[in-house]
Design a protein around this ligand. Structure first.
Ligand code: F6P
Length: 565
């Protein structure tokens, strides 16, 4: 690997070469060497790699690094101009040059009573205005004063969106669903383009009391447009009104394209707008989050924004050596670029976080899954790792075998929740507390086993227990005091800023996604081919795709023939 190619500006000192040498040196040491003894030095190291911020506690002490590594990494961040770039992000500078825009998702969570940084003022005011409009809509539904086309009050929301217009709100809805609430509105998420998630909803929901939320920044995404068309057909048929009437009574649009919403037939009063400068995968905080507020209340949504804002301020104001998002980014870059660890697992030890890995996959891989720098040159080292994961305790019965005894090195984030308030009878409360304890014990045991391998086995049991745990798998533990809206806001903002810092380290634009476009274009012409329509731009033919098209046509024709006979 040519380390010198990573130097962004040759006139600025950068410790890249020292970091590569340091990595060589650390390769010879295992996590057991660094962590697995009681020496004062090991104790000190562990303590200096642990950070608490509000209700978040992050432990980096099972990472394959030392305080010297952190020193070199923070010097690297400084040499990349992180402080100035962080300032530019919050000031609304054009940090997304390919699309010529700012990235001001932080404005969407800036509180009304706090002066925003210079450059963010009008963005924060616009977001505040839309937030108020969103709150009015939500409160109207909650008061039972939003009536459908046949005059009945709304009981169910079907949120239709995909990617950033789906993953964030869905994750929060699932994470906080057990929050005690008097709200009687149910929220359902639909994202897959095949209509499979819509089918059971159309069978089970009352069409007269269902409100659709069409969430799409671009308002052109086929997945969402097709789902909405199907849902409108259902409501129109079931309520015996035309689709334009359904749009007037039972459709809210959330998009950055108000003119497209108007063309579609959504009345202006039912349009919520966010601007181009909020990227899809950063849009949870904008009115894209309306379904969270519908399910959990405006107050809860505000708490989510408060948690994210607290993390913004921490990121903006805290020196790098104790700045959580910066440290998380540096640790991730260290694993990927210097220790050559190609995949990163996200392992939440809480069923309510079952969609966390999917959310972070889009956030991290769509942002930094790139290998051409802002200067147009190819990057010569690894950038964003492949991120994957599942609920940890379930993963223990599936893929952990490979992690412990297979041949791959993997880094991981364990995410756990220390306590869950339970409202139940005493007996059930005790039973649930025991389950909470069991889950936490498993999380900590796995984190230890990942790091130490066989060396985690107590002396007295050595020789008795099956051995051969490789260990040396670096991992962090992110512990949340409780799973509440504030903590979720802070947690997701932590990862957002991690992504930004890594983009600075790797000199990437984290705010565009050119790589997802071509697939959509190729699908358009194949869609026409399948419909036997004239194709504007014929795809390049290849024998594999041709035979698949034949088979698909043959089997679809059989269904169609059956239908018509
Ligand atoms: O997958 C590409 C993408 O553009 C994402 O970045 C975005 O979150 C998703 O599609 C949905 O886009 P939209 O909100 O414009 O429908």
């Amino acid at each position: 690997m040519n380390a010198s190619l990573s130097i962004v500006n040759p006139r600025v000192y950068t410790p890249i070469n020292e970091l590569y040498m340091h990595a060589e040196h650390l390769h010879a040491q295992s996590l057991s060497d660094l962590l697995g003894n009681d020496s004062a030095c090991a104790q000190q190291r562990a303590l200096s790699l642990v950070f608490t911020f509000g209700s978040l506690h992050v432990d980096f002490s099972k990472q394959r690094l030392t305080t010297e590594t952190i020193g070199l990494l923070t010097a690297w961040a400084e040499s990349c101009g992180l402080a100035a770039k962080r300032q530019a992000l919050f000031a609304g500078a054009e940090v997304n040059p390919s699309e010529k825009r700012a990235a001001l998702h932080v404005a969407a969570r800036w509180p009304a009573n706090e002066v925003p940084p210079r450059g963010m003022e009008s963005a924060a005011a616009f977001c505040q205005y839309q937030r108020e409009r969103m709150s009015e809509m939500v409160n109207r539904v909650h008061r039972g004063e939003w009536y459908g086309a046949t005059g009945q009050a709304i009981t169910d929301i079907v949120h239709i969106g995909v990617g950033g217009s789906d993953l964030g709100p869905k994750l929060i809805s699932e994470a906080l669903a057990d929050r005690p609430s008097s709200i009687k509105v149910d929220v359902h998420y639909v994202s897959t383009m095949d209509g499979a998630q819509l089918l059971p909803l159309m069978e089970n929901l009352n069409p007269a009391t269902t409100l659709l939320v069409l969430a799409s920044k671009s308002f052109t995404t086929a997945d969402t447009q097709f789902n909405v068309r199907t849902a409108l057909a259902w409501l129109s048929h079931a309520l015996e009104v035309d689709e334009a009437t359904v749009c007037r009574y039972q459709l809210i649009g959330v998009s950055s394209k108000p003119e497209k919403m108007t063309d579609f037939g959504i009345p202006e009063a039912q349009q919520l707008v966010f601007k181009e400068w909020i990227g899809g995968r950063f849009s949870l905080w904008s009115p894209i989050g309306i379904s969270v507020a519908m399910q959990l209340g405006v107050e809860c949504f505000d708490e989510l924004l408060e948690g994210a804002h607290a993390m913004d301020k921490h990121f903006l104001e805290t020196p790098f050596a104790s700045n959580l998002p910066t440290l998380m980014a540096l640790v991730g870059a260290w694993n990927s670029q210097f220790l050559n660890i190609p995949t990163h697992a996200v392992l939440p030890y809480d069923g309510r976080l079952k969609s966390l890995a999917a959310y972070l996959q889009q956030l991290e891989m769509e942002s930094n899954g790139k290998s051409v720098g802002l200067d147009g040159r190819s990057v010569s080292h690894a950038t964003c790792p492949i991120l994957w994961g599942d609920v940890g305790p379930n993963g223990q019965h599936a893929f952990y075998q490979l992690l412990h005894q297979g041949s791959h090195t993997v880094s991981a984030d364990f995410v756990a929740v220390a306590q869950r308030p339970v409202v139940a009878c005493e007996k059930v409360t005790r039973a649930l507390e025991a389950q909470e304890q069991l889950t936490l014990a498993h999380c900590l045991a796995q984190s230890q086993l990942f790091a130490l391998g066989d060396d985690a086995i107590p002396q007295a049991l050595r020789g008795l227990m099956a051995q051969g745990y490789r260990g040396n798998q670096p991992n962090s533990v992110v512990l949340l005091k409780t799973l509440d809206a504030w903590s979720m806001g802070a947690l997701l903002a932590l990862y957002e800023h991690k992504v930004f810092v890594q983009s600075v380290l790797w000199n990437l634009n984290p705010f565009d996604q050119p790589g997802v476009e071509l697939g959509k274009q190729l699908a358009t012409s194949l869609y026409q081919t399948l419909a036997d329509e004239p194709v504007e731009h014929q795809n390049v033919e290849d024998p594999s795709t041709t035979q698949l098209l034949h088979k698909v046509n043959e089997w679809r024709k059989q269904r169609n023939d059956k239908g018509s006979s």
